[in-house]
Design a protein around this ligand. Structure first.
Ligand code: NAD
Length: 413
């Protein structure tokens, strides 16, 4: 995620402010901030032409006070230890906020996957998993997909681990359904985001069925968010992807757009609405603006053009710290990423539970359990927000940090 306009990390600030509100002792705050373990590995592998190449890989285990470390593995040429550390930390707070019995971890390889063939990517993935084998396990640390890794990569990881330790589907989540993946995992983040919109509508007195919605990004998260909001009866007036946006004030036909995008992997050429660029899209008058693409999409230079009632952070870090401060002064609430997009890790947890039980749940069961978790977390955060008169982001951190710190003192050091 790039951050062109602000070097201040909103989650670091939120952490510090939450610590102050909680009155947590500085030594405990420092202990909770520090990662438990950081591992850097060499990933040496054979290219298809027989030459050896090597890459750097990382796994950071931030905190396991409430359960095994949990977090994705990303393949990106910008991956470095600092980025992985900050994402691992965020996972600790996200799993605590949703009250999932996990800690936080994250991993990655500094690689541009587009430069390698599928066979090379398989060898890279297997080698990386062997390299981190000493510190992972189904009750120790459970990786998952992240940027540029998918169900197929999880399948390779699961196979590699199972060859050494016996059949262990619970070692990773986000697997293909055929290898022990869960029903409902693919749409979980979008469904959780749609539930967040619905709950926000209740709290901010917005009529959901007549609400107008703009979504930036139409990938996994954006497209499923649109699908579920359409099913709730909302009017999605504009969406965009990297090719640009489309706008129809009467509402887009989401089912056909969803199918078009699934087939073509873009909304370009779908034949719906008027074309609109991403900057104009963000400035459209609407009830809910949902950035579901990039970090720092809303920053100090474009925040004043926003014309929405609520911002729903479906992407990770789409609103910079400065922009968030400006929106707070304008009384435009932001529902933070740590809460909004937690549906993915929640259903990952359900997948792990099913794997450990060697029992498969139906889609309805997964969806209803996700619904219950999201609504509970939303209401807990909202209550703190109202009581303390603070933004939803700081309230989210307060709920999460107080859970981790309570477990930390109960376990002892
Ligand atoms: P994705 O790759 O499936 O989709 C990203 C979408 O954003 C694509 O439609 C792409 O065209 C669009 N996009 C890229 N650049 C853009 C630009 N400049 N303007 C407008 N659109 C642009 O990714 P995803 O899985 O949907 O993830 C989206 C965000 O949600 C990321 O920030 C990710 O970290 C976060 N997230 C995803 C999950 C998950 O389960 N997939 C969970 C938590 C957080």
């Amino acid at each position: 995620m790039t951050n062109k306009t602000s070097s201040v990390n909103p989650t670091t600030i939120a952490y510090q402010k939450a610590i102050e509100h909680l009155g947590l002792k500085r030594n405990i705050a420092n202990a909770l901030e520090m990662p438990d373990r950081e591992l850097t590995v060499e990933v040496a592998f054979k290219r298809d032409n027989g030459e050896v190449a090597s890459l750097l890989g990382f796994r950071v285990q931030h905190n396991n006070t409430r359960g095994p470390f949990k977090g994705g593995i990303r393949y990106h040429h910008h991956v470095d230890l600092a980025e992985v550390r900050s994402l691992a930390t965020l996972m600790t707070w996200k799993t605590a906020l949703l009250d999932i019995p996990y800690g936080g971890g994250k991993g990655g390889i500094a690689v541009n996957p587009k430069e390698y063939t599928i066979h090379e990517l398989e060898r890279i993935s297997r080698k990386f998993f062997r390299a981190i084998d000493p510190i992972i396990g189904p009750n120790i640390d459970i990786p998952a997909p992240d940027v540029n890794t998918n169900a197929q990569v999880m399948g390779w990881f699961m196979d590699e681990y199972s060859q050494a330790h016996g059949y262990t589907p619970a070692i990773v989540t986000g697997k293909p359904i055929e290898l022990g993946g869960s029903e409902g995992r693919e749409h979980a983040t979008g469904k959780g985001t749609a539930i967040t919109v619905r709950e926000s509508a209740k709290k901010w007195n917005i009529d959901l069925e007549s609400s107008e919605i703009v979504i930036q990004g139409f990938g996994n998260v954006g497209s499923f968010t649109a699908k579920f909001l359409d099913e709730y009866g909302c009017k999605i007036i504009a969406v965009s992807d990297v090719s640009g946006g489309i706008y129809n004030p009467d509402g887009l036909d989401i089912p056909s757009l969803f199918e078009y995008n699934r087939k073509n992997r873009t909304i370009d050429g779908c034949g719906q609405g008027k074309k609109i660029n991403n900057e104009k899209l963000l400035a459209l008058k609407c009830d809910f603006l949902i950035p579901a693409a990039l970090g720092s999409a809303i920053h100090k230079d474009n925040v004043d053009s926003l014309n929405c009632r609520v911002v729903i952070e479906a992407a990770n870090g789409p609103v910079t710290y400065k922009a968030a401060e400006i929106l707070w002064k304008k009384h435009i609430p932001i529902i933070p990423d740590i809460l909004t997009n937690a549906g993915g890790v929640t259903v990952s947890y359900f997948e792990w539970v099913q794997n450990l039980q060697q029992f498969k749940w139906e889609l309805e069961e997964v969806d209803s359990k996700l619904e219950a978790k999201m609504v509970k977390a939303f209401n807990e955060v909202y209550e703190v927000k109202v009581e303390k008169k603070i933004p939803m982001r700081i309230a989210s951190f307060m709920v999460a940090i107080s859970r981790v710190s309570r477990s930390y003192s109960l376990r002892g050091t």
